[in-house]
Design a protein around this ligand. Structure first.
Ligand SMILES: NC(=O)c1ccc[n+]([C@@H]2O[C@H](COP(=O)([O-])OP(=O)(O)OC[C@H]3O[C@@H](n4cnc5c(N)ncnc54)[C@H](OP(=O)(O)O)[C@@H]3O)[C@@H](O)[C@H]2O)c1
Length: 288
């Protein structure tokens, strides 16, 4: 059985390959990449590397030939309309190439989401269903790393994490845990035509994050809750972010405040066991 992974030079895709290699030989894995040079370390590990660009349909049909199972990692393009076109290219090429099974990295609780990118994921799931190819929808949470990343060093310095998440809670999972779940589905059996909601079954809040940061650093750090408008203005004027990026970040925080990321599921734990505790991820970031 041959397993093909798109986005293999990206953060999630490369972690999926690391997890697959714990379960199978490199000869069973093919990496689909838009930049073959960037994939040299994969080729060195014995993985076949093929060129395939989501915006170049002919390249995709060739790249997918022979795939028993395909992990389709969603495009990072910032234009959602363009992303839907790219995703349709991938789905059409998978059908033409006779791919046996598609696992797609979708978005948790997409139907109820107020975050605009949910439209891309739902459209892609529907496109995949039109092919008749067995599928597994890996409805990923927001990554823990979207919130817990080196930017927290500045919060340690200022003694405050400032967000407009209010008392909202988050069901995030790390990229590594989501990659382990994808590898489990690709290598395992019985996942045809299933939709998995891959979120943590234990939520956290920014108040809790600030407490954990205090514990790890030994410095007093609080969570300071601000409004959407204050947050956006701070991101533009203090952090120097462009207006659309500031709006997107404050928008995600607002969705958290409104309960979008508060729902839990046991699907991730069923696939991989206990997800990484928040404290471990915070330690990795602050002690790096
Ligand atoms: N759940 C979340 O919180 C969250 C957050 C951010 C993104 N996402 C979504 O999850 C996906 C995977 O996350 P990630 O962290 O692995 O993102 P990433 O590190 O940006 O990886 C994206 C991958 O897609 C490849 N790619 C980009 N444009 C392509 C194209 N036109 N044709 C073929 N491949 C293309 C990139 O290739 P290069 O290496 O050549 O750039 C890279 O390998 C993202 O693409 C995005 O759709 C989810």
């Amino acid at each position: 059985m041959s397993i093909y992974v798109t986005g293999a030079t990206g953060e999630l895709g490369s972690l999926v390959i690391t997890h697959l290699l714990k379960q199978m030989s490199a000869s069973r894995i093919t990496a689909i990449v838009r930049n073959v040079e960037k994939a040299s370390s994969l080729a060195e590990r014995g993985i076949e590397v093929r060129y395939g660009d989501y915006s170049d349909p002919a390249s995709l049909a060739k790249a997918f030939a022979g795939a028993s199972r395909l992990l389709f990692v969603s495009s990072p393009d910032s234009d959602d309309t363009n992303r839907i076109v790219q995703h349709a290219n991938v789905v059409k090429a998978a059908k033409e190439a006779g791919v046996g099974h598609i696992a797609y990295t979708s978005f948790a609780f997409a139907e109820q989401s107020a975050i605009p990118l949910a439209h891309v994921h739902l459209a892609t799931e529907h496109a995949i269903r039109t092919t008749g190819i067995p599928y597994t929808f890996l409805r990923n949470s927001l990554y823990t790393e979207v919130f817990v990343n080196p930017a927290l060093h500045a919060s340690v310095e200022h003694g405050a994490v400032v967000t407009n998440t209010g008392t909202g809670t988050l069901n995030t999972a790390t990229r590594n845990d989501l990659a382990a779940a994808a590898a489990e589905v690709l290598a395992g059996e019985g996942h045809e035509n299933k939709t998995y909601t891959l979120v943590s079954d234990q939520t956290w809040s920014f108040d809790e994050l600030a407490r954990i940061m205090s514990e790890i650093t030994g410095k007093p750090i609080v969570h300071r809750a601000v409004s959407f408008a204050e947050q956006k203005s701070m991101l533009i004027h203090d952090a120097g972010l462009p207006e659309p990026v500031a709006g997107m970040i404050a928008g995600i925080y607002q969705a958290v405040a409104e309960g979008e990321t508060s729902k839990t599921s046991g699907d991730l734990r069923s696939l991989i066991g206990t997800p990484a505790p928040l404290k471990d991820t915070v330690k990795q970031v602050l002690q790096a």
